[in-house]
Structure formats: structure tokens, C-alpha cells
Design a protein around this ligand. Structure first.
Ligand code: NI
Length: 172
């Protein structure tokens, strides 16, 4: 296990554009993926991006069967996605609550596309391509934003719907 410290909002490294991975199936890349997975699970996150553990590479992990933070969310397949690309398949967007391990204790409503196709590579360099809708699509958009230095509060349009989780969801 290698649980890494997650950078918090305010750290300038979270605002950088991450670099594409050019070498697959290397010990360093496999270690990074393991660190991301271990950290995401230890923190009960729905996803985690490499820059959140201070690695400026275009690598995200996400997925869960069920998640305490999002009790109503449908399961999202456990995925490692490298050098991701997102294609928007419908202009429709929907509002939904998001949190982020880099913005602990807070939640906010963000508008996201409801239907996307995403592509990229697994750690061995094998291509991945999937369609995703609703919460799955939301998680992918949130994680990929991290690779461009964007945290979800930057995507919010109504700061009245931003607050502390324990106030918004008293009693958990
Ligand atoms: Ni996040």
C-alpha cells in the first residue's frame, strides 16, 4: 500500500496542465497507478487524478460499486484512464452535487454533460473507449478537469449551492 497525501485547493500544482504519458507498461507508471488506487480507496473517493498526488501526468482512476459519498449513484466501473479524451455526445447538461478529495469537507452543484464518449489507454497501452451517461459521465468530466488544472468550484455557476457536507447532509 502506498497512500499518498492529497494536495488541497490552494496548492498551485493543482492548477497546472499535466503532461501526456509517453511510455506505457513501465514500473514507474504501474507504481503511480497503484498509488492512485490505494489513495482513492483509503479516502473513499469516487476518483482521483495524478496531479492530486503531485504527479503532473495525464492519469486518472475512478470507479466504485457503491460509494458512501454518493449513496444514490449507479456503480461506475473501476478504471485506469491514461491520456483521456472526452467527446460530448449530446448537448444536454444536468446539475449534480460533487465533492473532491482536494476540497475536503465541501460539496457543490456543477453542471456537466450527461452523455459522453471517453477514450484513452490502460497502463499497458491498450486502448479504452466507452460511452458514459449521468454520474459515470460526471465522474470522468471531473477527473479529466484535474488534468487541465480545473477544480470543480471553478465550474460552478451558483455559489449558493456550495457548502460543508456535514451542514448540507446532517447526520451523513
Ligand atoms: Ni477531484
Amino acid at each position: 500500500m502506498a497512500i499518498k497525501a492529497v494536495l488541497r485547493m490552494g496548492d498551485p500544482r493543482l492548477l497546472e496542465i499535466s503532461a501526456a504519458v509517453s511510455n506505457f507498461d513501465t514500473p514507474e507508471l504501474h507504481q503511480l497507478v497503484k498509488d492512485l488506487m490505494d489513495t482513492m480507496r483509503a479516502e473513499d473517493g469516487a476518483g482521483l487524478a495524478a496531479p492530486q498526488i503531485a504527479v503532473g501526468l495525464r492519469v486518472v482512476v475512478f470507479g466504485f460499486d457503491e460509494n458512501e459519498r454518493y449513496p444514490d449513484a449507479e456503480p461506475v466501473p473501476q478504471t485506469v484512464l491514461i491520456n483521456p479524451l472526452i467527446e460530448v455526445l449530446a448537448e444536454e447538461r444536468e446539475d449534480g452535487w460533487e465533492g473532491c478529495l482536494s476540497v475536503p469537507g465541501l460539496m457543490g452543484v456543477v453542471s456537466r454533460y450527461t452523455h459522453i464518449r471517453y477514450s484513452g489507454y490502460d497502463p499497458f497501452g491498450k486502448p479504452i473507449e466507452r460511452e458514459a451517461q449521468h454520474f459515470h459521465a460526471r465522474v470522468v468530466q471531473h477527473e479529466c478537469d484535474h488534468l487541465d488544472g480545473i477544480l470543480y468550484p471553478q465550474q460552478m455557476s451558483d455559489m449558493r449551492r456550495f457548502g460543508f457536507t456535514e451542514v448540507l447532509q446532517p447526520g451523513g
